[in-house]
Ligand binder design. Structure first.
Ligand SMILES: Nc1ncnc2c1ncn2[C@@H]1O[C@H](COP(=O)(O)OS(=O)(=O)O)[C@@H](OP(=O)(O)O)[C@H]1O
Length: 482
């Protein structure tokens, strides 16, 4: 084994063990933050072919991938493209026995179907690890090579909270007890008990999924029991609008204490709605650790921009990443996740601010990766990105018109073919797709790939990788001797 790079060395340390020696590593975290970015810059390719037909590759496509599938963040749409790519190229997936790797427990290599530590390298290697897990690097590296491409996706915690509340209403005890998300966020302590069943869905779900440790919570000081003031909305207007990169305008206070600046709202920092889940250095340490592990973190609000960067980093064509939205709940207002408050009611604005404050670790994660994404876009080139995003969208629209009845997603009650009906869970309907009739056999196959929901696709890959063994009766030409 050759010398380990700093990034590789950090990868090999699990966040939980590092959590124990936090004091020491916080210092390292600070040093890392001051150091130049640890990751290589994006691999630049030749401009993508306008037709989206695969251009002659200028670099070998990367096919060893670890995707951390975070919850309620657009991750099923990413999974769909990984399933399709792996299926088309005959890649081997590291699959769970059912649909998740022992979640919410930390990932264990032993949960991977067909993994056997005893075979000492004789087993066929895996290419893609991508189903729901709570990330645990040490165990992931038992299954996947350390030079795999590690990536994930984050979403604005306010949009994520709306999605999670309706989806996990009956799963999380905190959500179950609460009549509405607004009621929950107005007084989360009345409902939320850390460690209670399913309550990881109710607070800092991204931080949890990334496998980061949680610091012990500080209680509100005595004599400071007045209700929290609403977060200062100016502190939350720090992210770029859809139009461009404004990461530089991020207020560092927002990264550390999303609720307030120390100067003007000192009392809020220990208020019930903004319990200080750890110091700024703890958060910075966690973010530096993630930077050292993950090659790319996509942002759901900039999904298409993220896809273009993903295709570039993997040396894939745009056709490899174009796909339909999966796992969307019917009737949900996606635009509530936008960063500008225009068009939002006062209640919506308040809910957004409270959700970000309650999920303060996720907000820090989100702000951090939003900034990295836009730094990456700068390097890639804004114009070039806009052109690629426009091509991607045009291609998606053309595929939707060609493949789908009505050219769009359908209410599940109309989806009678069980191969395309998405798993229904939570209080809202999950939309799916109906294929147009009369497609050519070749188009039918490709459209099926695009429309197949994640559970059915996982079953299909499972059956392909582990064909059922039929035990045939032993044929003998002569009678067996006794
Ligand atoms: N492309 C794209 N861009 C932005 N948002 C998207 C995208 N694809 C899916 N979604 C939204 O993500 C929500 C589902 O997330 P997940 O697939 O991660 O959920 S799950 O944890 O696997 O159940 C779900 O959010 P809600 O509809 O708000 O529940 C989807 O609408």
């Amino acid at each position: 084994m050759g010398p380990l790079s700093p990034a590789r060395t950090l990868r090999l340390w699990g966040p939980r063990s590092l959590g124990v020696a936090l004091g020491v590593f916080m210092t390292i975290g600070f040093l890392l933050l001051d150091a130049p970015h640890l990751l290589p810059g994006p691999q630049l390719r030749q401009p993508l072919a306008p037709s989206l037909r695969p251009a002659l590759p200028s670099c070998p496509p990367r096919q060893r991938l670890v995707f951390l599938k975070t919850h309620k963040s657009g991750s099923s749409s990413v999974l769909s493209l990984l399933h399709r790519y792996g299926d088309r190229h005959g890649l081997r997936f590291a699959l769970p026995a059912r649909y998740q790797f022992g979640y919410p427990r930390l990932f264990q290599a032993s949960r991977v179907k067909g993994y056997s530590p005893q075979t000492g390298g004789t087993q066929l290697p895996f290419h893609i690890l991508c189903h729901h897990m709570r990330f645990n690097l040490k165990e992931v590296l038992q299954v996947m090579p350390s030079d795999s491409f590690f990536f994930s996706i984050v979403r604005d915690p306010a949009a994520l909270a709306r999605s999670a509340f309706s989806y996990y209403k009956s799963t999380s005890s905190a959500f179950r007890k609460s009549p509405s998300l607004a009621a929950f966020l107005a007084n989360p302590r009345a409902f939320y008990r850390p460690g209670a069943r399913g309550d990881h869905y109710a607070r800092n779900l991204l931080w949890f999924d990334f496998g980061l440790p949680f610091p012990p919570e500080k209680r509100a000081k005595r004599g400071n029991l007045h209700p929290p003031r609403d977060p200062d909305p100016r502190q939350l207007q720090v992210l770029p609008s859809g139009a461009g990169p404004r990461a530089q305008t991020l207020n560092p206070n927002a990264l550390i204490h999303p609720v307030s600046t120390v100067a003007d709202h000192r009392s809020q920092i220990s208020s019930p709605a903004s319990f200080d889940l750890g110091s700024s250095s703890f958060i910075q340490w966690g973010l530096a650790w993630l930077d050292s592990v993950f090659d790319l973190v996509m942002v759901a609000e900039y999904f298409d921009e993220s896809l273009v960067l993903l295709a570039d980093a993997l040396c894939w064509g745009l056709d490899d990443v174009v796909g339909f939205m999966h796992n969307a709940q019917a009737g949900r207002k996606q635009d509530l996740s936008t960063f500008s408050n225009t068009g939002l009611t006062v209640e919506d604005q308040q809910l957004t601010a409270r959700a970000r404050a309650w999920n303060n670790l996720d907000w820090a994660l989100y702000v951090h990766f939003n900034r990295s994404l836009w730094a990456r876009i700068e390097k890639y080139g804004q114009r070039r990105l806009q052109t690629a995003v426009a091509e991607l969208r045009a291609r998606r629209e053309a595929l939707a018109k060609h493949c789908l009845a009505g050219g769009e997603a359908s209410d599940p009650k109309y989806i009678t073919d069980h191969r395309f009906r998405p798993f229904q869970f939570g209080s809202a309907k999950v939309l799916g797709y109906i294929l147009r009739s009369g497609l050519s056999p070749q188009d039918q196959e490709e459209c099926e790939r695009l429309a197949t929901p994640e559970l059915q696709y996982k079953d299909k890959l499972d059956a392909k990788q582990f064909p059922p063994t039929v035990s045939l009766p032993l044929k003998t030409s002569r009678p067996l001797s006794p």
